[in-house]
Design a protein around this ligand. Sequence first.
Ligand SMILES: [Zn+2]
Ligand SMILES: [Zn+2]
Length: 256
Amino acid sequence: MTVLKGLKKRIRAHFSMRGFTCDACGGEVFDYPAHRLCAKCEESMRPNDGRVCGKCGRKTLAEGVCLSCKSRMPRFDQGFSPFVYRGESASFVNRIKTGNPTLAYYFAEKMAYCLIKRFEEMENFKTEVGDPLMIIPIPLTKERLRARGYNQAELLADHVCTVLQEKGYCAEVCNSVLQKTRDTAQQKHMDYVSRIENVAGAYHVHERKVCRGRTIVLVDDVMTTGATGSECASRLLSAGAERVFFLVGAALPEQK
Ligand SMILES: [Zn+2]
Ligand SMILES: [Zn+2]
């Protein structure tokens, strides 16, 4: 197990040092890793910088809470996403799990900055050695993890944690707290209600005690309806977590 852990660490270190080429297209990037994407790829990204839903964080068509949250309020306290799940932003974030895990570093950096912005607005918010932020990646089932070889959410969570630590926050990744106990059907073409039913009971809090009174950041690559984040948050809150944020690489915008 230790050997495997060491190997995993070395692979990650290797990916994070890869340069001086764009993580997405392989083109030259002179100031890598200050910039992980070349100018052309960076321009094609769609930042989630306009009007966003105050609850789930997706881009909205009008002021206030999005239609999806209005019809069913997610259980997490607040969601954040640096990018809109459209065009290249969607294609790049998908590539983290389909063969280009290096892209996780680019997304994770932007994700961490989203969160830091929120922390800076929160009065009296602090993290300490005795009470660090818990960063929890949305888990895969053991079978799925074995088939893919890695969990994209775990890669994102690891690097989000590193950036937070570099910025002076006390944070730790907790991979074993939340577990996925059964496989859920592909959610791509499901409506929100079907998704809720699909994920209900699929996640289990393995270590309930450690959640008590904690601020938890759930991490995933993509948010579509928010059903997965909501289900996991609900489990963690019932285990005693004080608040749960849901942080993703890209979020589907509100639809007409
Ligand atoms: Zn590029
Ligand atoms: Zn919303």
